[in-house]
Design a protein around this ligand. Structure first.
Ligand code: 13P
Length: 252
């Protein structure tokens, strides 16, 4: 049985003061939802205070990105060991990073191998654009992102990987994928590709999250699908009540 994971991606929201406020609103409600794994991914500048605030809770912390190199002349970047000081998780290859900051399957792969080395749980994002969806290219796009992004991983690390299917047309639009469509992508495209890469046992252990306009009202539909193992939540993770409700739905 795969334990569901609900992760909040705060994106570029919340300074330190606001982080403290949101965490105190989230803490008790989220801490008690032990049936699902919970993680929060605030901006880098909030990781230190968030790590302090979450100590002793069952809530994990993640970064939204990192560089693959360990140190050196990479102005503005954060290394895997810097992330590891605070975090257990790291989001890699989010579509916003691919769209606005030039991330490719190749850089995602370097970062994934760096996460493996740093003992971080990676949440690798894949997903097609609206044009690709409308052209019926979802399978081709997602399979290629998985094959190229996840190559070269050690067999013992593979089950630790978390994949997040985030169709770009559903992100921040309020137009979530249907649960059936997401299930088809997870169960008929992503998991078989993981099986090809790592074998069936590892593929069955890997969590595949859905992301894109998940909220308290639609979360349970997604979680009822056999191959949807949790959610990567953007906008709704900034609202304590919504996010706690989503985590509760995952725990049921
Ligand atoms: P929304 O939940 O705001 O659509 O964002 C999804 C997302 O990109 C999470 O990484």
């Amino acid at each position: 049985m795969r334990k569901k994971l609900v992760a909040g991606n705060w994106k570029m929201n919340k300074n330190v003061v606001e982080t403290r406020e949101l965490l105190s609103a989230l803490a008790s409600g989220l801490d008690s939802v032990g049936g699902a794994e919970r993680a929060l991914c605030p901006p880098f500048t909030s990781l230190f205070v968030a790590a302090e605030a979450l100590t002793g809770t069952g809530i994990g912390l993640g970064a939204q990105n990192m560089h693959w190199e360990e140190k050196g002349a990479f102005t503005g970047e954060i290394s895997p060991s810097m992330v590891k000081e605070f975090c257990a998780y790291v989001i890699l290859g989010h579509s916003e990073r691919r769209m606005y900051f030039g991330e490719t399957d190749e850089t995602v792969n370097k970062k994934l191998l760096a996460a493996q080395k740093a003992d971080l749980t990676p949440v690798v994002c894949v997903g097609e654009t609206l044009a690709q969806y409308e052209a019926g290219e979802t399978r081709q796009v997602v399979v290629e992102q998985i094959r190229a992004g996840l190559q070269g991983v050690a067999p013992e690390f593979a089950p630790r990987i978390v994949v997040a299917y985030e169709p770009i047309w559903a992100i921040g639009t309020g137009k979530a994928s249907s649960a059936e469509n997401a299930q088809a992508v997870h169960g008929e495209m992503i998991r078989p590709t993981l099986s090809e890469l790592f074998g069936e046992e590892a593929a069955q252990a890997i969590r595949i999250l859905y992301g894109g306009s998940v909220n308290a009202a639609n979360a349970a539909d997604f979680f009822a699908q056999p191959d949807i193992d949790g959610a990567l939540v953007g906008g709704a993770s900034l609202k304590a009540d919504e996010f706690i409700a989503i985590a509760k739905a995952a725990a049921e």
